[in-house]
Ligand binder design. Structure first.
Ligand code: FAD
Length: 445
């Protein structure tokens, strides 16, 4: 019991929780990591929930700081741009960076989680309790109640950190005790995973790109896997005449994909089976306030600020949270009652900024990437980046290939847009004046 009272309890051995356990153990804390699931290293992946992630600079930076980047990257596949698949015609490649060599990295969420879990388990001072689902939390004493296969058990801790994802039970407990407010804005879109297996032992599509099928009201993406398959994620409204609910039969599914995603069926022999049996996941944005209570109970990662996945930043942002919390502890000499409020002050605006950018990127991905105007804008943007290196940097570049705080990225992009608007207006005015002069000359001549 004494050991427990000294422990930092991390609830949720997902991506943020495992990385956090590593960081805290390196600071010398005894850590108890509680996870509702059985040990994922011995289990199987739930159907349609494999989810591969795009890991970019923010996530990599967090891993690099504790020497885990090389191990994790050994299983990653770099994607240097988007491959846009139109309904008719050949796919077109759009590079993510002006140099063309910067990449985001496709990695299996399960493999990443297991690598982090393994790293945490090896550290002295970390104990992991699987099959422990948090169902109760006393905010005054930090006493936790867990449901386990052996029945209910209680545990104490010096500090409790909720890294238990978008549907956080820790957040739920604080809400129940009237200690925070939350809003959960569900998107009317859900997602379903489909698979493109290897073709003749090789990747069926270019493995160096993130594939996108933008279709206005729906969208599909595909990321490569080390086994040479692709995991596709189809985003579509959950209800309505054109929605997941609208395809009731095998024939309807086949017709839909033949019409809207005609290059997919020949590559995905299990398409109908995947579609009929894989679940539809929900998507939403979670906001809550405060993120901590009494400097003793805190939230981070999706538990504090889940976002929609369209910028590929949820896990990256959760990893950045861990780095920032570690920094706050250093700056506050490990005084948790100062570090947790400081952490919230530093991260909340940034979480809000990426939440908004992720929502806006959904429109860009499903509607705009295929349009000639968008492609021209990207070319102009890359030309500006080349002409003004370091002074004009695109939003995508700053979000994915830097650790510039998200809120700062938004402010800078707004300023860049204003300057661009003024330049464009100047060019337009000069052009109009030129036309007027030419017209005048024409009339006289
Ligand atoms: P989770 O990873 O959800 O981990 C929470 C953990 O807590 C789990 O292990 C869970 O079992 C456990 N838990 C839950 N409740 C309890 C309880 N009561 N008691 C004990 N344990 C509990 N992010 C990116 O960076 N790039 C991407 O490309 C990307 N793509 C995505 C695509 C999709 C379709 C989705 C849905 C998300 C995507 N994300 C992406 C977001 C990313 O998956 C999340 O942001 C990330 O997993 C958050 O990490 P977390 O540790 O906070 O939460």
């Amino acid at each position: 019991m004494n050991r427990e009272r000294d422990e930092i309890a991390v609830v949720g051995a997902g991506l943020a929780g495992c990385l956090l356990a590593c960081y805290l153990a390196r600071r010398g804390y005894p850590v108890a990591l509680y996870e509702r699931r059985p040990d994922p290293r011995t289990g199987t992946v739930e159907r349609g929930r494999s989810i591969n992630l795009a890991l970019s600079e923010r996530g990599l930076d967090a891993l690099r700081r504790i020497g885990l980047d090389e191990q994790v990257m050994a299983d990653a596949l770099p994607m240097r741009g988007r491959m846009v698949h139109p309904v008719l015609g050949e796919p077109g490649f759009q590079s993510y960076s002006v140099s063309g060599d910067r990449a985001i990295n496709s990695i299996s969420r399960g493999a990443l989680n297991n690598a982090l879990l393994e790293a945490a388990a090896k550290l002295p001072g970390v104990r992991i309790a699987f099959d422990h689902r948090l169902v109760g939390l006393d905010p005054d004493t930090a006493r936790m109640t867990f449901e386990t296969p052996q029945g209910a058990v209680t545990a104490d801790a010096r500090v409790v950190l909720g890294a238990d994802g978008a549907g956080s039970a820790v957040r739920g407990q604080l809400l129940e005790h009237g200690l925070l407010t939350e809003s959960v804005d569900f998107l009317d879109y859900g997602y379903k995973e489909l698979t493109i297996p290897p073709a003749g032992g090789d990747f069926a599509l270019d493995e160096g790109a993130l594939h996108i099928w933008p279709r206005g009201t729906s969208m599909m993406i595909a990321l490569p896997n080390p086994d040479r398959s692709f995991t596709c994620t189809l985003f579509w409204p959950t209800h309505g005449t054109a929605s997941f609910a609208s395809l009731g039969s095998k024939a309807a599914i086949e017709r839909h994909f033949a019409q809207h995603y005609p290059d997919l069926p020949p590559l995905a022999p299990d398409l109908v089976d995947d579609y009929q049996h894989n679940p539809v996941g929900v998507l939403g944005t979670v906001r809550c306030d405060p993120w901590q209570v009494n400097g003793r109970i805190g939230l981070l990662g999706d538990a504090a600020h889940a976002i929609v996945p369209f910028y590929g930043q949820g896990a990256n942002c959760a990893f950045e949270d861990v780095v920032e919390l570690d920094r706050c502890l250093s700056e506050c000499a490990d005084d948790w009652s100062a570090a947790l409020p400081l952490f919230q002050r530093r991260r909340q605006d940034n979480a809000e900024a990426i939440a908004r950018m992720a929502l806006a990127n959904f429109v860009e991905m499903r509607d705009k990437v295929a349009s000639p105007v968008f492609r021209t804008r990207k070319k102009i943007e890359h030309a500006l980046e080349r002409a003004l290196p370091g002074r004009y940097v695109s939003q995508y570049e700053m979000v994915s290939f830097s650790t510039v705080p998200y809120a700062q990225v938004r402010r800078r992009v707004r300023r860049q847009c204003q300057v661009l608007g003024a330049v464009a207006a100047g060019v337009l005015a000069a052009a109009v004046a030129g036309v007027a002069v030419a017209f005048g000359r024409g009339r006289r001549g």
